[in-house]
Design a protein around this ligand. Structure first.
Ligand code: ATR
Length: 275
């Protein structure tokens, strides 16, 4: 039996852990899946996608910088992709229609709830950043009914725009926007969705946002403690997590969409942690 072909598309792509994660899922589940990495030219994402599916490819993951383009390219979007304004998963439905989904939000929620036992219901959450990464996860986080979400960003207008966008699906959750310096009370959960650490920066937060029980979650992932989590530990945080679990969980949800089988994620997270 020949394997079904899947791939992750990005630029650059050589660092991507997706081929390794999906190969581990394939071995674990026995699904006949072959998963590669494709570097698309920055000006021809659409052509790369078209060629992949014409060659019989079954599904794509999409990463930086093409997630918004993937969203635009699709003929149909799931509700969570619609809210996210970006797509990380593409496939053709039975009629050959290109469908876009976004599994990032599902990934962070499962990592928090299942892998780390963090309660989101009624929680007071501080979200740092208001770019694509944050927009991608707000819908699924809101679906867990937190008490309040404060979105803090360097450019406050972008945080305000997200509050406006998500208010219709926020239900009882109080949504607010501010700059980084403003919050001065402890939160139950702080999620860093900024890319500040890529420039060697930290969001200029008050240490008062951290209490002993505050859970700190950096959507970034690195083999060492991330820059943001190091800062949080220095301020007295006791519980910090990075985004490795989110990475594996979002991949597992894509795998489930494509194959109808949910792989176990724990062994894969452990394996990557030991790389
Ligand atoms: P991504 O897809 O990773 O979310 P993005 O859409 O470019 O990328 O968003 C990056 C986020 O990190 C934004 O919230 C950005 O703040 P601005 O909206 O003010 O640009 C934030 N960010 C990037 N560099 C930062 C820095 N050096 N300090 C603080 N925040 C930063």
């Amino acid at each position: 039996m020949t394997n079904d072909l899947y791939a992750v598309v990005g630029n650059p792509i050589s660092h991507s852990k997706s081929p390794r994660i999906h190969s581990l899922f394939a071995s674990e589940t026995g699904e006949p899946v072959e998963y590669t990495a494709i570097q698309a030219p920055r000006d021809d994402f659409a052509g790369t996608v078209k060629q992949f599916f014409e060659r019989g490819g079954k599904g794509l993951n999409v990463t930086v910088p093409f997630k918004e383009e993937a969203w635009k390219l699709a003929d149909r979007r799931t509700e969570r992709a619609e809210n996210a304004g970006a797509a990380n998963t593409l496939y053709l439905d039975g009629d050959g229609v290109l469908v876009a989904d976004n599994t990032d939000g599902c990934g962070i929620v499962r990592d928090l709830l299942i892998n780390h036992g963090v309660t989101l219901n009624a929680a007071r959450i501080l979200v740092l950043g208001a770019g694509g990464a944050v927009r991608g996860v707000l819908g699924p986080i809101l679906a867990e009914h937190p008490g309040a979400i404060t979105i803090a960003n360097r450019t406050v207008a972008k945080a305000e725009a997200l509050v406006e966008l998500f208010t219709p699906v926020a239900g009882e959750t109080r949504l607010s926007a501010c700059g980084f310096e403003q919050p001065s009370e402890p939160f139950d959960l702080i999620i860093n969705g900024t890319s500040a650490s890529l420039q060697g920066d930290l969001p200029p937060l008050s240490p008062k946002v951290i209490a002993e029980k505050t859970v700190v979650y950096d959507m970034m992932y690195s083999l060492q403690t991330t820059t943001f989590n190091r800062w949080a530990l220095e301020q007295g945080a006791q519980i910090v997590h990075d985004g490795l679990g989110m990475l594996v969980e979002q991949a597992a949800e894509s795998f489930r969409i494509w194959r109808g089988v949910s792989p176990a994620t724990g062994p894969v997270i452990d394996e990557l942690r030991n790389d």
